[in-house]
Structure formats: structure tokens, C-alpha cells
Design a protein around this ligand. Structure first.
Ligand code: NDP
Length: 330
């Protein structure tokens, strides 16, 4: 699965939506932030409607074991945790629907969100929990070999590379996690790191070191990919700008991106204040955006922590703020 396809926002349609609905509290996005907001909003009798987007359950459904979410002493999987959160929200009456936000008009209250180009939802309060999507290097070869050896999700696509040789790009926790996961399936994993050190947490670095079939290529940058119809190798630049600079080629069957994420804010950028990287700016320590009644929760507003537990916490804050806003409004 290609993360590019998972963006829950799509281009605006010129056609008018066929039907209109009114809600008090609309939640867009179904990661830990969205579902937690739904649990709290439903328990506060806000009758929330939640649209799951293209990737029900959000990014965590594409991760492996989750060992650091409090309350799961033995760990759990992202898919299971999201299923649990969804069931918990549904238990309190949250209206959880499949659908993708395709247009937004936040110029005045009630705020207007179009779903799947056909349903216009007018809402008094809006909680944006649309998350973030994986970044790519921007090489033409990433497009050329999309679905033929290039992926940004090891847990989705690793299965196809059993007993093969793959490379993971990045030096953070995600890259280490993906490399470790792939090392359990593949013959060999190259970890391509542009700096002379890993940015990942010490525990993840230690785990990488323990895997005999992971080779870390420090100070290497990817110049391109090659292969007849599918990826057969990568061309790398070693030690750019030094006397030892040289081009090297590695033979690989799969090329996995793990270099960070882009927030899904395209739909809202004309109304909501974003930071220089496209994340929604909120008042520090709160989910409040520049628009009264519009709140942001989870990775869409969090370039720093990006954890399931912090996303869930901000989803809770967003629902509490929505409840306060609505009680003052009515
Ligand atoms: P990070 O931003 O932490 O790391 C991105 C990595 O990609 C860095 O090593 C960066 O290099 C590298 N990179 C960025 N752009 C390029 C490029 N153009 N070419 C080559 N390399 C590039 O993102 P992560 O997704 O790894 O992690 C995000 C957050 O989620 C972190 O806070 C992390 O701790 C957390 N996380 C926690 C996990 C866990 O606890 N189990 C699992 C996964 C993530 P450089 O270092 O040179 O900038």
C-alpha cells in the first residue's frame, strides 16, 4: 500500500453536494485522536459524527507492535487498538461513518464539510484529526517504481519481500522499527542514513544493532533506483562533499521510505493558521485553532511528539473544548 494514496483529503469538486445534514460536533479522522474525541463527545451528549477517511484507524494500523501505550502490559497491535477505540466510541453512541472529506468552508459558523463530494455536513463544532502521511524523497524513481518495489509501509508490504533484500531510508524511530520488522522477513536489510548517526531512541538503536541481517549505511544518500520493470537496486552517494565521496550501487528488491510525515491539512489551509511545515497551529497546550469552534487533535497539529498516547490525549482535550464551546453557544 502506498501512503500517498492514504491522504484523507481530496481535491475539491465543482459539483454541489446532493444532500445536506446538520450536526453539533463533526470529527474528521479515525486515529487515536479522532476516536478519543468521539468517546468524550459522545459521553458529553454531543451526538458526534465521525468520518473515518481513507485510512480507517489511521497510521497506527500500519505499524507493528505497540508496546508503549499505557494499559497494555503485553503490548498490542495498532489494528487491534484502533478496533478497541472504535468499539468504545460506538458504545456511547458516536455515529462512525466511512467517508472522505473532499471540501471545507470554514469562513463562518456553521462550518461546512463536504463528504465524498456528495454530502454537505453543517456543524457547529469541528474537530480536525486528519493525521499525517509519509514523506517521500522526491525522486522521479519513487513514482516510476510505485507498487513495483517502492513503499512507505513495511507492515503493509513487507510480506512481498520475504527472503529478499530490501533497503529502508531514514535514521529515526520509524526507520529502525521498519528495518527491524523487515529483518524478521527478509534475507538482508540496508538502513540508509544520511548522517553519521541515528536519530532514533537508544532502545531502537540497540535493537537494530542486535539484528545480524541489518547493515547500516551511514552518510549515504539515495540518488536513484534502477531495474527492469521493478526495483533491482539503488544508486547511493557516500560521504557527500568529502574527499571520500563516491557513488555506490546496492542490489535490492524493495525500497522503503521512513523519513517522516506530512500533515493532512491541505483542505483547511485557506482558513486555519498552519506552521511552516503545514501543521495546524494551536494555542500552546490546547486544541484551539484560530477559528472559534474548530479544534485540532493528534498528529495534524503535533510535529513534536506524534505518539498514540499524546494524540489520544489531545482528542480528549478537543472534545472537552468542543463541549464548552457548544454550551456557551447555545
Ligand atoms: P523523524 O523525523 O524522527 O526521523 C526522520 C528521519 O528521516 C531522520 O533520521 C532524518 O534524517 C531522515 N530524513 C528526513 N528527510 C530525509 C531525506 N530527504 N533523506 C534522507 N533522510 C531523511 O521521523 P520518524 O517518523 O522516525 O519519527 C517521528 C516521531 O515518532 C518521533 O518522535 C519518533 O520518536 C516517534 N516514533 C516512535 C516510535 C516508537 O516509540 N515505537 C516508532 C516510530 C516513531 P536526519 O536525522 O538527518 O534529520
Amino acid at each position: 500500500m502506498n501512503f500517498e494514496s492514504l491522504n484523507i483529503t481530496k481535491k475539491k469538486s465543482a459539483e454541489a453536494p446532493a444532500k445536506t445534514e446538520k450536526t453539533r460536533c463533526l470529527i474528521i479522522g479515525s486515529g487515536p485522536a479522532g476516536y478519543t474525541a468521539a468517546i468524550y463527545a459522545a459521553r458529553a451528549n454531543l451526538a458526534p459524527v465521525l468520518y473515518e477517511g481513507m485510512e480507517p484507524g489511521g497510521q497506527l494500523t500500519t505499524t507493528t507492535e505497540i508496546e508503549n501505550f499505557p494499559g497494555y502490559p503485553e503490548g498490542t497491535t495498532g489494528t487491534q487498538m484502533m478496533e478497541d477505540l472504535k468499539n468504545q466510541a460506538a458504545r456511547f453512541g458516536a455515529d462512525i461513518r466511512f467517508g472522505i472529506a473532499t471540501a471545507a468552508d470554514l469562513s463562518a459558523s456553521p462550518y461546512k464539510i463536504t463528504i465524498d463530494d456528495e454530502t454537505l455536513i453543517e456543524t457547529d463544532a469541528l474537530i480536525i484529526a486528519t493525521g499525517a502521511k509519509a514523506k517521500y524523497l522526491g525522486l522521479p524513481d519513487e513514482q516510476k517504481y510505485a507498487g513495483s518495489g517502492v513503499s512507505a509501509c513495511a507492515t503493509c508490504d513487507g510480506f512481498f519481500y520475504r527472503k529478499k533484500v530490501v533497503a529502508v531510508v531514514g535514521g529515526g524511530d520509524t526507520a529502525c522499527e521498519e528495518a527491524i520488522y523487515l529483518a524478521g522477513l527478509c534475507k538482508k536489510v540496508y538502513l540508509i542514513v544520511r548522517k553519521p548517526f541515528l536519530r532514533a531512541s537508544v532502545i531502537m538503536q540497540e535493537r537494530v544493532k542486535k539484528m545480524n541481517n541489518i547493515e547500516v549505511l551511514f552518510e549515504h544518500e539515495t540518488l536513484g533506483l534502477f531495474g527492469e520493470g521493478a526495483v533491482e537496486g539503488a544508486t547511493l552517494l557516500k560521504k557527500r562533499g568529502t574527499a571520500d565521496e563516491k557513488t555506490v550501487k546496492i542490489a535490492i528488491d524493495g525500497f522503503f521510505l521512513a523519513i517522516g510525515h506530512q500533515p493532512n491539512t491541505e483542505l483547511f489551509k485557506n482558513y486555519i493558521t498552519l506552521d511552516e511545515n503545514g501543521y495546524i497551529e494551536t494555542q500552546p497546550g490546547t486544541p484551539l485553532t484560530n477559528i472559534p469552534g474548530v479544534f485540532a487533535a493528534g498528529d495534524v497539529a503535533d510535529p513534536h511528539y506524534r505518539q498514540a498516547i499524546t494524540a489520544a490525549g489531545s482528542g480528549c482535550q478537543a472534545a472537552i473544548e468542543a463541549e464548552r464551546y457548544l454550551s456557551h453557544k447555545s
